[in-house]
Design a protein around this ligand. Sequence first.
Ligand SMILES: *[C@@H]1O[C@H](CO)[C@@H](O)[C@H](O)[C@H]1NC(C)=O
Ligand SMILES: *[C@@H]1O[C@H](CO)[C@@H](O)[C@H](O)[C@H]1NC(C)=O
Ligand SMILES: *[C@@H]1O[C@H](CO)[C@@H](O)[C@H](O)[C@H]1NC(C)=O
Ligand SMILES: *[C@@H]1O[C@H](CO)[C@@H](O)[C@H](O)[C@H]1NC(C)=O
Ligand SMILES: *[C@@H]1O[C@H](CO)[C@@H](O)[C@H](O)[C@H]1NC(C)=O
Ligand SMILES: *[C@@H]1O[C@H](CO)[C@@H](O)[C@H](O)[C@H]1NC(C)=O
Ligand SMILES: *[C@@H]1O[C@H](CO)[C@@H](O)[C@H](O)[C@H]1NC(C)=O
Ligand SMILES: *[C@@H]1O[C@H](CO)[C@@H](O)[C@H](O)[C@H]1NC(C)=O
Ligand SMILES: CC(=O)N[C@H]1CO[C@H](CO)[C@@H](O)[C@@H]1O
Length: 409
Amino acid sequence: MDRLTHLATTTIIYLLLRIIIKEIEGQNMGPQSMRTMNIKIVPNAHYKLGYFANFLANLSGVRSLMHCALACQQDLSCRTATYYNNLSLCSLYDEYSYVGEIIPNFTTTDDSSAVLILQVCPVGYEEPYHLCFGSYRPPVIFSDVVNNLTTAVAIISNSETFVPRLSSKLLYIPLYNSPITNIYDLTTYTQQQTIVTPLFNQCHSDIDFANQYLVCTGYLQNGTVILSPVLNMTIGLDKTGWNVCLNEEYIFITYKILGSTIDVYYRTNGTFAFEINGFYQANGCAVLNKKLFVLNPGVGLQSTDLDSSTFVITSYQNGSSNTIQQISSQFTIDSSGRSYTCGCSNSMNCLPPSTSDMSVIYSMTVNNITLLAKYLKPYSYLTGRATKYNYRLLVSLPVAENNVYIYEY
Ligand SMILES: *[C@@H]1O[C@H](CO)[C@@H](O)[C@H](O)[C@H]1NC(C)=O
Ligand SMILES: *[C@@H]1O[C@H](CO)[C@@H](O)[C@H](O)[C@H]1NC(C)=O
Ligand SMILES: *[C@@H]1O[C@H](CO)[C@@H](O)[C@H](O)[C@H]1NC(C)=O
Ligand SMILES: *[C@@H]1O[C@H](CO)[C@@H](O)[C@H](O)[C@H]1NC(C)=O
Ligand SMILES: *[C@@H]1O[C@H](CO)[C@@H](O)[C@H](O)[C@H]1NC(C)=O
Ligand SMILES: *[C@@H]1O[C@H](CO)[C@@H](O)[C@H](O)[C@H]1NC(C)=O
Ligand SMILES: *[C@@H]1O[C@H](CO)[C@@H](O)[C@H](O)[C@H]1NC(C)=O
Ligand SMILES: *[C@@H]1O[C@H](CO)[C@@H](O)[C@H](O)[C@H]1NC(C)=O
Ligand SMILES: CC(=O)N[C@H]1CO[C@H](CO)[C@@H](O)[C@@H]1O
């Protein structure tokens, strides 16, 4: 039996016992000292993802909470799940539960549901500051991993990309100024599929991995393309979009123009919904827990609350601090709530790259905005994601080299 299989087997036995005890006693499980990952159950609740793309799968026909727990345990990267009793549905999430929201006493249907939380970090260690791998590997300080990167496990060449994205299984490389998005398998790093968007040279894009829903703005071309199994259309033809981001409900289009609006469209039908004003110079964006975060060349990070009817803008800094550089432009969020962005300290387009330019990775959820690690290669675009067994960091160097480097820890 190899190490992984052995680990899974011992863990499952513990889980079975624990869950049976839990169901009999009807109590929350206390702190535990077992050597494998444990599961905490929050009854009468469901989980709302902080970041929509941290969704893994909906498994139907799952007979019990225990089977749902086993499914989450066995998945390479599941850390949180909701079991919907009446529906026999088990929703698996990549995301650590501190990133999103545990919503108690689900009452929108008759369904009872419970949230399952895998305890991946040993006592004394904490994501996002550490990377935790249960008992499979010892935890490690996140910035040490970023600072110790040595040999890339794979290099994808001839790929000018500003927004590489990682799902739990695939790597997406939307090529800049090209209609092509290449998709690679994360076990072999071989190209698996190519998506070609109609008519457009892509500028920036965002992807809902679960629903195969891709949006991209056209480079120096008007309009934003939606490509999906259920809806194909072009929206916003009267404007040249620059950046674009998704949440469950909406498409947000930015224009990287001083004082410009952000246009918001419904995802399901591509109809214009509303606009948001007040951002300094909106570029890269992402929605986390109903807050729209926007990177603005010149002032850095700003946000607004999407639940509010008046979009009050909060600014986090103005260039001076070393957390997020002033001219940063892109954004992805991983399952630990770490945000990856590029940065440059001087010119608007980061050209020519300067030695004071750097990318930073920061925590979006704990202690508000906290620096986690710096990556000092100028004009680099990063993204990362951890499974329960390894961590991957992707570094794209679009301007200097047109290569994407993949590092594993
Ligand atoms: C998964 O199931 C939940 C609960 O029914 C539902 O709200 C959600 O939209 C589903 N997600 C997907 C991607 O099908
Ligand atoms: C859910 O199960 C409960 C208990 O069995 C039942 O009373 C209720 O009608 C069910 N709800 C749905 C939506 O099936
Ligand atoms: C990083 O490198 C240092 C020096 O080589 C080493 O002591 C440390 O264990 C490494 N850390 C990680 C997380 O690999
Ligand atoms: C949208 O286009 C893609 C690729 O061309 C195709 O696979 C998909 O079925 C289309 N969706 C619809 C709703 O026509
Ligand atoms: C394309 O976008 C530009 C700038 O956003 C706008 O001025 C122009 O009118 C648009 N063209 C069309 C055909 O709508
Ligand atoms: C588009 O979808 C939204 C949300 O589902 C809905 O409120 C709106 O009426 C729809 N618009 C059209 C034209 O169907
Ligand atoms: C941010 O700081 C820069 C340089 O200190 C200044 O020129 C700029 O006006 C500031 N922007 C805002 C929106 O305060
Ligand atoms: C984070 O920011 C919110 C308001 O944006 C504030 O209420 C909260 O106290 C802050 N938390 C910490 C730990 O600083
Ligand atoms: C998870 C949770 O908060 N459950 C609550 C549901 O409502 C009952 C009764 O109001 C509470 O006792 C539970 O704690």
